[in-house]
Structures are given as structure tokens and as C-alpha cells.
Design a binder for this molecule. Sequence first.
Ligand SMILES: *[C@@H]1O[C@H](CO)[C@@H](O)[C@H](O)[C@H]1NC(C)=O
Ligand SMILES: *[C@@H]1O[C@H](CO)[C@@H](O)[C@H](O)[C@H]1NC(C)=O
Ligand SMILES: *[C@@H]1O[C@H](CO)[C@@H](O)[C@H](O)[C@H]1NC(C)=O
Ligand SMILES: *[C@@H]1O[C@H](CO)[C@@H](O)[C@H](O)[C@H]1NC(C)=O
Ligand SMILES: *[C@@H]1O[C@H](CO)[C@@H](O)[C@H](O)[C@H]1NC(C)=O
Length: 334
Amino acid sequence: MGDRAAPLLKVLVVAVAVAAVGGAQAWKLKEGFYEHSCPRAEQIVKHYVRRHVPHAPSVAATLIRTHFHDCFVRGCDASVLLNGTGGAEAERDAAPNLTLRGFAFIDRIKSLVEQECPGVVSCADILALATRDAIAVIGGPSWRVPTGRRDGTVSIKQEALDQIPAPTMNFTDLLTSFQSKGLDLADLVWLSGAHTIGIAHCNSFSERLYNFTGRGGPGDADPSLDPEYAANLRRTKCTTPTDNTTIVEMDPGSFLTFDLGYYRGVLKHRGLFQSDAALITDAAAKADIASIADSPPEVFFQVFARSMVKLGMVDVKTGSEGEIRKHCALVNHY
Ligand SMILES: *[C@@H]1O[C@H](CO)[C@@H](O)[C@H](O)[C@H]1NC(C)=O
Ligand SMILES: *[C@@H]1O[C@H](CO)[C@@H](O)[C@H](O)[C@H]1NC(C)=O
Ligand SMILES: *[C@@H]1O[C@H](CO)[C@@H](O)[C@H](O)[C@H]1NC(C)=O
Ligand SMILES: *[C@@H]1O[C@H](CO)[C@@H](O)[C@H](O)[C@H]1NC(C)=O
Ligand SMILES: *[C@@H]1O[C@H](CO)[C@@H](O)[C@H](O)[C@H]1NC(C)=O
């Protein structure tokens, strides 16, 4: 085993030692929560995902982004799926339009589950299960999903804008954001790996290509971005500073494959967002990424899976908190 594996092993040991995550309620989740109340629930989710994701593999990225967003705002309570009411904008109104496809996907699974067992299975659990199953379908890792989450009744756009880590964040701010949710440096580094199947709109990083300091022009690119890669993006993808429609793969060439391409790109200074580039500005994070990029994918799968379990437990509602929504977009007594 080479020197480069050492920091990663340290991270693994630390992650195992940290048992208490996800706030006071997380321990109340358990695998197979619906075993008696809706025995086929997990099977219905899996079946639907296995039938549809192979024809639309990009749904996997949409789901994981939606689940992440959900857990970061008011905990994993499906608040991201709620429609705004009475003219007020909800969390989903802060989400990129591409995410909307994921909402419809979850709504369809929910209606199948409701047919089987009305009012029993939460939207928050369906989102967590469908995310896990979709990543597995595209050949990524799988992980345990303890269930028993309850659905929230409140969704506020501004909270999403304030709490979802922004693509422009530096390492300090990213880590602070993750820590505010009970997640740590390892979770930041490994959950960022979901960008292996990510896509980005040009305008979410175009200042790195055209206007990094505010002077403007192609001479004003972010020096932490590989200059050849930046020039190529300006020439072939994001040809104007204001392009808000073109989509760029975050792991070009394998953006539908859950692999190590994203981390290898980040190490080559080809991370698209400032928040991707930020990961190698921290010595410990950079060493972990270098180590993972040199290891078999199974090692990444293992640490990613562990962080997904933690993410899925952030500030969950259980017991008599919240409700089991009948429709994922609406609170029950709306
Ligand atoms: C939620 O809002 C969307 C438009 O933003 C609409 O298409 C959809 O029908 C709404 N869902 C429900 C259940 O009202
Ligand atoms: C989202 O889509 C709606 C209609 O489909 C459009 O009116 C709106 O401008 C879009 N918003 C963004 C941010 O793309
Ligand atoms: C990170 O960004 C924040 C602004 O969001 C800034 O206050 C802080 O100084 C930056 N930290 C570093 C280490 O650059
Ligand atoms: C470049 O950034 C500055 C400061 O953020 C802004 O005032 C200016 O309009 C930008 N120029 C372009 C071409 O976007
Ligand atoms: C994209 O930019 C154009 C022109 O600047 C603007 O009219 C349009 O509303 C923008 N679309 C989105 C989805 O932001």
C-alpha cells in the first residue's frame, strides 16, 4: 500500500468512529420500517426505478441533487417537493428547472405506493429510496436506507437560497455549511463526488471563464482553472459570458457513469464550479481525493455510501412529527 492511501484510511477510521449523526431523531429510523405497514413499499419504488431509469439515466443525477437539497433545508422531510401556496415561493422555486423532472418522477412513484397503502409511506422516504435505487441502476454504489422519515409541512424559497451550498463557495464556507448539518470534511469531499454524474449551466461558472476579478474579458479567467480547459470551454461550450442555456458535463466523457473521472478532473484543475476547485485548496481534502483517484472505484463507492447514509439522516422528522403527505407537492390540509 502506497503512501497516498494513508490519509484516506485515516478518514475511514474517523468516519466509523463518529456514530452520532443526523440529530436527535436519526436513531429512530430503521431499515424495513414499512415491513408490516406496507410490505411492498420498497419493492414498488425499486421496480419503478429499474423500469424507468435505464431509459432516462440522467434522472439519477436529478434525484441525488433533489435528495441533497431536501436534506440541507429543514432536514430530509420532502419539503423540497412542496409547491408554493398563496403566491409564496417554496424551496422548489429556488431549484434549477432541470430538477423539476425529478419531482414528477417521485410523484408517480408516490401515487403507486398510495394505491397499495394509502397514507402510510412518506415522500421523504420515497425520495431517499428512489435516489439509492437510481444510483445503483446506473452502476454506482448502493447503501442502506433506514426509513421512518415523516414529511414536513413548510417550504420556503429563501431558506434554500441561504442553506444550499453555493457553487461559488470556497472551502471554508463549504465546510461550515456541511458542519451546520452535522456533516464533516469527509462528507463534503465524498458527497461532492456525485458531480461525477453532474451537469452545469454555463452561467453557473461563466465568471471563471470571462470575468473572475470583475475586469472582464477572456484574460480575466480564474487562474485556478486549467487555462487550456477554460479556452476550450469558451470556444466550444460557453461561447458568451451570459449564456444561461448551454449545459456542460461536470465529468466530460462519462457523465452518466458513476466513476472516478470527476475527482481526476478536479486534480487536473478542471472542476467546473469554484466549489469543485475549492476541494483541492485544503491539504487534507486534496490528499484524500488523490488517494481515492488512485484506488479501485469500490473504495470511492464505500466512502460515498457511508456519507449518503449520514446525509439521509440529517434532521429527520419521526414519530408524530410532521405528517405522511398524500401528495408530495401538497400538505394534507391545504
Ligand atoms: C405544483 O405546481 C406545478 C407548477 O409549478 C403544477 O404543474 C402542479 O400541478 C402542482 N401540483 C399540484 C399537486 O398542485
Ligand atoms: C423554468 O421553466 C419555466 C417554464 O417551464 C420558465 O418560465 C422559467 O423561466 C424557467 N426558469 C429557469 C430558471 O430556467
Ligand atoms: C471564503 O469566502 C468568504 C466569503 O464568502 C470570505 O469571507 C473568506 O475570507 C473566504 N475564506 C478564504 C480562506 O478565502
Ligand atoms: C464583470 O463583473 C463585474 C463585477 O462583478 C460586473 O460589474 C460586470 O458587469 C461584469 N462584466 C460582464 C461582461 O459580465
Ligand atoms: C437567460 O438570459 C436571457 C437574456 O439575458 C433572459 O431573457 C432569460 O430570461 C434568461 N433565462 C433564464 C432561464 O434565466
